[in-house]
Design a protein. Sequence first.
Length: 457
Amino acid sequence: MSDQFPLRFLVVDDQETIRRLCTSIAGSMGLECAEAQSAEAALERIAEHAPDIVLADLRMRSMSGLDLLTEIKRLLPRTEVAIMTGFASIENAVEAMKLGASDYLTKPFRAEELRLVLERMAKRAALLAENQFLRERMNTEMELNGIIGSSAKIQEVLRMIAHLKDSSTPVLISGESGTGKELVARAIHFRGALAQRPFIAVDCGALTPTLIESELFGYEKGAFTGAFRSKEGLFEAADGGTIFLDEVGELPLEMQTRLLRVLQEREVRRLGSNQSRGLKVRVIAASNRDLERAWQEGAFRKDLYFRLNVVAVHVPPLRERKADIPMLLQWFLDRHAPEAALHVHEDAMRALLAHHWPGNVRELENCIEHAIALRSGNTIQLADLPPVLQAVAATASSSTSGVTQLQDLERATIERVFAEVHGDKHQALKMLGISRATLYRKLKRYNIPQHPRNMAN
C-alpha cells in the first residue's frame, strides 16, 4: 500500500469495542480508518468519502448488513465489503457472497483472523485501484498523444487548452497536417467540464458532397429516395457536448451557409422537416488551409470565418520545435515497445534532428514504428530508419553539437520538472509524459539526484 495514497477503510458496527479493535488493526496496516455505528451513518459517510474497504456487522437495528452490502455495491461497485456475524451459518455466508461480499468473519474472532481478511481485501482493492489508474493514464495518453514537449510553442498550446477546456467559446485550430489538431480538440473536450458528454469528430474533407447535409443535420423518413427511417445528424449526436469540424475549409460554399445558420440560431432542421431542434453544442473547427486568405479569395465565407475564429489556437509544425523530438521520440518508443527499453544511437538521433518533417508528429511516429519493426537489438540504428532519414544523415554534418545541446535541454527539463514536484516521481511522470522505467533511466543517465522522500516510489 502506498503511503501517498492509503486505502480507505470503514467499519460499521453498533458495538464500540468492535469498532475500536478493527480500526486499531487496520490503522497498523496503513489503512485510513473511519467508523460508523449504524448502516444509515455508514451511507452518509460513504456519500462524502468513498471507502475502498468496508467491514460491516450482519445484524444492526434498522438496516441489516446484507441490506447495507446491497446498497454499497449499488453505489460503489468496486468497493471491497466483508460481513461480520455472530450467527455463523453457511446460509449467511452464501447469501453475502451472492450479494457481492468478498469475505466474512465469524464473531468472536481473533486479531490475526481480522488481519488476514483485511490483507486479502486490501490486495484486491489495491489491484483494482492500480488497474483504474492504468486505464485512466492510457486514456489520457491517447487523448494527449503528440501534445508533448517543453518548447515555448507547445507549452503555449497546452496553456490555451487549460484556458479553453471549460469554455463554450468556438475555437479554430490551425496547423499543418500531422501536427495533432484533432488531439488538441480532444484535449480541450476531455480535460474539461464536458468530458462525460459526446465528442463527435467530423472529417469535412471526407464527406461525400451529395450527403454532407444529411450527415451533418440528419433527415426525416421519406425525405429522399432510400430514407426508410428518420436519422439524427452529427450535430444532434453532439448535443450537450462538442462537435469537431476537421478541415472545415473543405466544405462547399452552400454548406458553409447552412453551417453558419446553425451556429447563429443554435438550432438544426433535419432534411425533409419543417421543425427546428434547439442545440447546445460547443464547436471546435480545424483547418490546414489559411482560412483568412481563403475568405479574401472568395473560397470561404467571411462571416463563417469570424464566427468560428473567436479563439484561435495554432499548432506549430515539428520543424519549429525540434527541441521536443527527444521527448516525443521516447514517448513513442515507450508506447510501441513498452518492454524493450530501447534507446537511439547518436547517428540515428542526428538524422532525426536534421530532417525537415513535412508530415510532422504523425510522420515521426510512423518513422519510429518502422525502426522498431526493423531493429535487431535494443538500440535504434541509423539503418533501422526509413530511407529518407538515411539520406538526410548522409548530407548532415557529422558534428554532435546539436545532439549534445538537446541532451542538455532534456536534462534541464527533467531537473526543472523534478524540482517543481519536489521529487514526486508520480507527478513527474505525468508532466513529462514518459514511463516510470524511462524516468529512472534518465535520472541515472544524467545523474539527477532523487528526493529522499520518494526513493521508494
